[in-house]
Write a protein that binds this ligand. Structure first.
Ligand SMILES: NC(=O)c1ccc[n+]([C@@H]2O[C@H](COP(=O)([O-])OP(=O)(O)OC[C@H]3O[C@@H](n4cnc5c(N)ncnc54)[C@H](OP(=O)(O)O)[C@@H]3O)[C@@H](O)[C@H]2O)c1
Length: 244
């Protein structure tokens, strides 16, 4: 199968306004790809050649539906989708004051939006005779949850499962489903917590390199170690991440 990113291509990238997404955006544009950046504040990104900005609140499923069908119709050359936008909320479920809307938003942004986007683009992608990919940005927390962000970890576990089912559903086509599994990365999402974080530009470079290789699962940085420890001695990552 030809390599993804072998030639300049058009990428739909969610969450390009911050953290890992900003780094992927600049690396993709620098490599000559076109990027359609989607987030609530995409239009605030500085205009540049190759960049299309599209404001969308991914917590609103109707807005996601409208965005996906508009982009599919207007940009039939999209070949790679990177579901990168994400929300991580600290929460304890034994706190009765925890607002239901927060729970709905976290699920909508992290799981429902990538599902709606897949439903819009998969018919086109699976019919193509050239390679295409849907890339879901996941986390080591999908496999070893921590105490403080219960629902976030559950959404990443859902993304892991969803990616696998999407892979089954696209068997026999040229479409790839790639899950990028990240360790702790230094971004606004993780501001003020954790140490030894992977720089966001390094994470972005590793995701793009992983997409190019076309592997189903791309373990990045310390997530590779987590995977090995998960095989050999799962109690170790379980204990470390529980308290992370
Ligand atoms: N940082 C880490 O340690 C880490 C580890 C593992 C996995 N990840 C995953 O990596 C991805 C990127 O994380 P990050 O750390 O770079 O996050 P970040 O700096 O907090 O950026 C989050 C991005 O998501 C967008 N977003 C948030 N809510 C949105 C909404 N309602 N509608 C549309 N877009 C929305 C934001 O754009 P707007 O504000 O413009 O809407 C922003 O561009 C996420 O999926 C995250 O779960 C991160």
């Amino acid at each position: 199968m030809p390599e993804l990113f072998a030639q300049p291509t058009t990428v739909l990238l969610t969450g390009a306004t911050s953290g890992i997404g900003t780094q992927m955006l600049s690396q993709l544009i620098a490599s000559g790809h076109k990027v359609i950046a989607v987030s609530r504040t995409a239009s605030a990104l500085p205009a540049e050649d190759g960049l299309t900005r599209y404001d969308c609140d991914l917590a609103d499923p109707k807005a996601v539906e409208a965005m996906a069908s508009a982009l599919l119709a207007k940009y039939p050359d999209v070949r790679i989708i990177i579901n990168n936008a994400g929300l991580q909320l600290p929460m304890r479920l034994d706190n009765p004051a925890l607002a239901t809307n927060m729970l709905i938003d976290e699920i909508a942004i992290n799981v429902l939006a990538p599902t709606i986007i897949a439903r819009a683009f998969m018919p086109q992608f699976t019919a193509l005779s050239e390679p295409s990919a849907i890339v879901n940005i996941s986390s080591g927390l999908a496999f070893f949850p921590k105490t403080t962000t219960a629902l976030y970890c559950a959404t990443k576990a859902a993304i892991h499962s969803l990616s696998q089912s999407m892979r089954y559903q696209s068997e026999g086509s040229q479409m790839r489903v790639i899950e990028a599994i990240l360790p702790l990365v230094d971004t606004p999402m993780t501001k003020g917590r954790g140490t030894g974080k992977l720089p966001a530009d390094t994470a972005a470079r590793a995701i793009i390199a992983g997409i190019r290789k076309g592997h189903d699962e791309v373990y990045i940085g310390k997530a590779q170690l987590l995977r090995i420890l998960g095989w050999l001695a799962p109690f170790i990552p379980r204990r470390i991440l529980k308290a992370s």
